[in-house]
Design a protein around this ligand. Structure first.
Ligand code: HDE
Length: 764
């Protein structure tokens, strides 16, 4: 356990930093989202001063040397210093607005070094985006181990109460770096643990299975999912011919595809996603005994999704929805948390568990068969200071392991072990990417790797080779007691060299059927809708027909309903459908969760009961949620003479999809801009309507997205005008604002009011 001490020291520093940040006016009662450290003055400041420190919610990487030693240098030293503008060489500058010219109207002079340097650097600001998972957002945090894993692993960072700094990057898979967040896709969930024994990366997804069973197919599935190579459309989505062409011909993709078509493909928030290591890993205890495991991240906030219409609207309204949500939650002090858990299986020569092949990454082990045992708690508590330096430059690798954690022979994992090193060479410009601050281990580095582009270490000595006598024989081998990593001596079965998969890999449909049967009726409705939407976007009839053949092997109702939507006959299954035991743990519904970080919109105008709005606003903040006041115009509401209420959204700028629930402080009168020529959302205009038509649209959308709706005073008038039955589930006009809020928060704990929309009779 000794080995983890350095990491603990580092964590304390981070924790202290967070505490300082809080006492420094950090995460507070404010609405998150202020761009700079200080409010911007109206006039440009002219008095020289030192650069402002990062915002209280932010933390950069700890200052380690390129060789992994912690320094006394403060993290702000990664940043710009001094109060004056300089060149990259430190020369102070007097002007950056004008090129050096031969007279005000004369030609620009080549001798202008500042001009050349500025333009040269700008020309090279971009690096290649990740070939997959290009779009992402990240945060710093701390992992605290419960110690429960020590029975199966000697990994020092998993010993009781050891705290390890982490950096976690979430991502979509298919889209480019600038694509929208809420597309239907798998999400990456990659965690870098800076342990005292070196970096451990758990590079997982929010879906526990993968499209392919062998890494050699990865370029195929990604080429199929990416935009068509001729027109480069569509961006960041699977609703197109090449994707469905591939997955309908390559049926091992069926399980993962079904998860994507379920609500898991459109997460409400990164904070509300599960994470999975996907492959089976091998843990090794202090005596060398081994256990096979699957890693799971369980979000404290529960697993929640958007509705498909909501997701599509958000992609236009706020393409940065997920990254904003993560950053805002952290800034507001609603730190996202996950428990890390493991399913454990005996390490038998067959590497199967109750007939499930543990080396097949298209299979799960239902939690009912092997419960997920919690082994530690992850808390994300700081936003990065600089997106490029941290989120873009971070380099994960599933082969970054520590003693006590080893890999298995999953052929998908084998290819990844090659790919993640290889890809960084182009993306991060050479072999020294481990020296980039965010990638630096928090353990001493003595690697004999030398030179190369962007070498940050100034290595001493003359003998970067082994054995040597010239550098005192240094560095030396570590025995196991010194923390040396030893690959587990697993017996490899005698076999012939072949390009073949094991026979069990041929079962492509039993687990998709298990997943389908584990979903509640409303979740199944969403799956049917998703397949119908995606296949409806496919041009080629043959591909749709082929995809239906796959669905027939999962479930006849699913197949018939999608076929009906596509206007095609439903094929019969070729094989008899396997009888499987559903796994209720796979459903997202039916439980109650904390509501921290949820966004409640309060619709009000100057005529509303502002005293109650103030009280509710504070109660929402006190409950760790975010209240956003929506009014006819920006600025303040305060006609009642009390403290002004700041308006965060206007009827023109707000859209229902920004809020998890809505509260109506009465019925707001039409705003001055509530006419179609100015704001299309106002429709035909307002003549004769007592309620702003944009509010009616907002209510109607929120209603059909099954969101809780509440109000007091004359709120009923607006709800009725929006065509909403106030007796419908999850709609509440209360005597008082307090009562309305209480009910809204209770409903939010279940995420949505699905009983508002009964599913089809035949679906259960
Ligand atoms: Fe990845 N994957 N992957 N992948 N993957 C990359 O590595 C690859 C797979 C995952 O936030 C790339 O650094 C192959 C499974 C995440 O920076 C690349 C195969 C799982 C991230 C790569 C897989 C993942 C990546 C691109 C088939 C879940 C983003 C940039 C064998 C367990 C990490 C990079 C981040 C990124 C290759 C399959 C998760 C090209 C060859 C299965 C979360 O190396």
């Amino acid at each position: 356990m000794e080995k983890s001490r350095p990491a603990k020291g580092t964590v304390d520093k981070i924790v202290d930093k967070v505490v300082d940040a809080v006492s420094d006016g950090g995460p507070s009662n404010e609405i998150p989202g202020r761009p700079g450290r200080e409010p911007a003055p109206l006039e440009e400041p002219t008095e020289p001063r030192a650069p402002l420190p990062p915002k209280p919610d932010q933390a950069g990487p700890e200052v380690f040397t390129a060789t992994g030693r912690l320094t006394d240098v403060p993290p702000t030293a990664w940043a710009q210093g001094g109060e004056y503008l300089t060149t990259a060489q430190g020369l102070r500058l007097t002007d950056t607005d004008h090129s050096l010219k031969a007279g005000p109207r004369g030609p620009v002079l080549l001798q202008d070094h500042h001009l050349r340097e500025k333009i040269m650097h700008f020309d090279h600001e971009r690096i290649p985006e990740r070939v997959v998972h290009a779009r992402g957002a990240a945060a710093h945090g701390v992992f605290r181990a419960y110690g429960t894993a020590t029975t199966v692993t000697r990994a020092a960072f998993l010993a009781k109460d050891v705290e390890t700094p982490v950096f976690v990057r979430f991502s979509t898979v298919l889209g480019s770096r600038g694509s929208a967040d809420t597309v239907r896709d798998t999400r990456g969930f990659a965690t870098k643990f800076y342990t005292g024994e070196g970096v451990f990366d758990l590079v997982g997804n929010n879906i526990p299975v993968f499209f392919i069973q062998d890494a050699i197919k990865f370029p195929d599935v990604i080429h199929a999912g990416k935009p068509h190579p001729d027109r480069e459309i569509p961006q960041a989505q699977s609703a197109h011919d090449t994707f469905w062409d591939f997955v309908s011909l390559h049926t091992e993709a069926t399980h993962h595809t079904l998860w994507n078509m379920s609500d898991r493909g459109i997460a409400r928030s990164f904070r509300m996603m599960e994470g999975f290591g996907v492959h089976t890993f091998r843990l090794v205890d202090a005596k060398g005994a081994t256990t096979l495991v699957k890693f799971h991240w369980k979000p404290k906030a529960g697993v929640h999704s958007l509705t498909w219409e909501e997701a599509q609207l958000i992609n236009g309204m706020d393409p940065d929805f997920h990254r904003r949500d993560l950053a805002d939650a952290i800034e507001a002090g609603a730190y996202p948390q996950w428990e890390l858990g493991i399913q454990t299986f005996p390490d038998t020569p067959e590497q199967t568990f109750q007939g499930i092949d543990l080396l097949d990454p298209t299979k799960i082990v239902p939690e009912e068969l092997a419960p997920v045992q919690p082994i530690g708690l992850l808390t994300l508590n700081a936003n990065p200071v600089n997106f490029f330096a941290e989120t873009e430059q971070v380099a994960f690798h599933p082969g970054h392991l520590v003693p006590g954690i080893d890999i298995t022979d999953d052929p998908l994992l084998a290819g990844r072990l090659f790919s993640y090193l290889d890809t960084q060479i182009t993306r991060l410009g050479g072999p020294n990417f481990a020296q980039i601050p965010i990638n630096r281990p928090h353990a001493p580095i003595n690697d004999m790797l030398r030179d190369g582009f962007h070498q940050d270490a100034v290595h001493s000595g003359v003998a970067p080779y082994k054995p040597n006598s010239l550098d005192g024989g240094c560095p030396f081998f570590a025995g196991q007691s010194e923390g040396g990593y030893r690959e587990t001596p697993v017996r490899v079965p005698a076999a012939e060299k072949v390009r073949e998969a094991p026979a069990s890999y041929a079962d492509h449909f039993s687990q998709p059927r298990l997943f389908w049967l584990s979903l509640t009726p409303v979740e199944r409705e969403h799956v049917i809708a998703a397949y119908t939407f995606e296949l409806g976007k496919v041009y080629e009839q043959a591909i749709k027909e082929r995809a239906l053949r796959t669905l027939a092997e999962i479930d006849s109702y699913l197949c018939e309903q999608v076929a009906q939507g596509l206007g095609l006959p439903a094929p019969k299954p070729v094989n008899s459908l396997p009888s499987v035991e559903p796994s209720p743990a796979l459903s997202q519904l039916g439980r109650t969760w904390p509501t921290t970080g949820r966004i409640i919109g309060i619709v009000a105008d100057d005529g509303s009961d502002l005293e109650t709005v103030r009280t509710l606003r504070q109660a929402i903040l006190d409950g760790g949620m975010v209240p956003l006041v929506i009014a006819p115009a920006g600025g303040m509401l305060g006609a009642d003479g009390g403290d002004p209420v700041t308006v965060q959204r206007t009827f023109a700028t707000a859209r229902s999809v920004e809020f998890d629930a809505l509260l109506l402080a009465g019925t707001p009168a039409p705003g001055k801009d509530a006419y179609g020529a100015r704001d299309a959302k106002a429709g035909n205009g307002v003549t004769g309507t007592p309620t702003d038509p944009r509010v009616l649209l907002m209510l109607a959308e929120a209603f059909r997205h099954a969101k809780p709706l509440g109000g007091w005073a004359d709120a009923e008038q607006a709800l009725t005008a929006a065509g909403i039955d106030t007796a419908a589930p999850g709609v509440l006009v209360a005597e008082s604002g307090d009562a309305a809020l209480e009910e809204i928060v209770r409903l939010l704990g279940r995420h949505r009011v699905w009983d508002r929309f009964p599913p089809a009779v035949g679906i259960a």
